[in-house]
Design a protein around this ligand. Sequence first.
Ligand SMILES: [Zn+2]
Length: 448
Amino acid sequence: MSGKWAVQGTAFYSADWDKAVCIKNGLFCIDEKGFIEGVYKEEDKAYKTVREKYLADGCLKILGETEAMLPGFVDLHLHAPQWPQAGTALDRPLEVWLGEYTFPLEAKYRDLEFAYKVYQDVVKTTLSHGTTTALYFATVDREPSVLLARLCGELGQRGLVGKVVMDDPAANPGFYRDASWEDGVKETERFIDEVLEFQDSFKQRVYPVITPRFIPSCTDESLKGLGKLAGKYGVHVQTHCSESDWEHQLVKERYGVNDAQALNRFGLLTDKTVLAHAVFLEMEDVKLLAEKKASIAHSPLSNAYFAGSVLPFREFRDQGVNIGMATDISGGYSPSLYHAQRQAVISSRMLNEGADPGLPAGSRGRKDSAIALNHAFYAATVGGGTALGLKVGKLEKGYSFDVQIVDYGEGIPRFCPEKREEDLLHKILLLTESRSIKEVWVQGEKVK
Ligand SMILES: [Zn+2]
């Protein structure tokens, strides 16, 4: 869209950690750059005159009776190259899954034609599920990683992309790793420069991300080098952290401390760092994250398969750590953050109550661990935006107009009126599938 325009209709968004807001028949005004410049409720004095002006100018979009607008979701952790194996081999342990399935697949992206085909599908698919911002791991090779960033730009997604670093010859297969630690760092710097060069040619922008795969796959030298780059460029950082018993234990043996502490020593824990999983953090790690304003990408589906454990979401959040939602394609099988939110609530309730019927009730779980759907919705929108330092995830003045328009007349039973406004939001969050997401907009541009 060029020029100013407005949308009239019902919208939901998360105003605060446990408070979802419903604006019935609101007026959302969007400026030329794709930011929300004003929101009017029906009862506001200016509502009528503002609406009439946009209507007269032919710049008013009116939502249908069973349509609602939600902020676009922020997927804080997914592997674009693993999309072809989504739903595959989730019964194998992490180290086997990586060696036998994942690394051979990721190596294929040196074939840029293959990369183009898959990456285009990943971006289109996630957009169609309402994901307007995505923080991607690409592969160890720079060229296809740059291609992914460019495709995000062209297809209208706010993509944050990392060329993966995995340089330790003792930990990675010969056919799939950085040639040396120097190479891993140099290629990352070149990747950052290349993406920064075209970053602004897309309205929604795309971003380069420093991406050590995880500590066990990197040497101290490469971690140190990447930490220096983080200081030099101030760009985002992402990695896997305290994900599984195996990985967590390995780092402990190597450094005598947990991942978070080790990453901090290398200069990789900043307010633009996103740590995938972080299930096994101990309290001093949690405090360090809160102090550094680093965030957690919570992938409950993936955790169920590979962590064998549940993130103590509520407890970590109460300690001041920001948490966003993630699909973790393909450690998680679904590209939909709706599914991730549902699983986050389910997993947290099982952590709270416990799951072993052989134990007496009351002694099965970890008390005060349950989160509600409103919390998961907050994480999938505001939590993600906060993690990345971007004005996305809310439908308020100054935020990017990143939205999904859902037709809740499809697939959602509505024979009786809802008792509370948020009852409808909860139905939408629990029952929406991608076919009823009718439109997706990023930075004021229609992408679905
Ligand atoms: Zn991952």
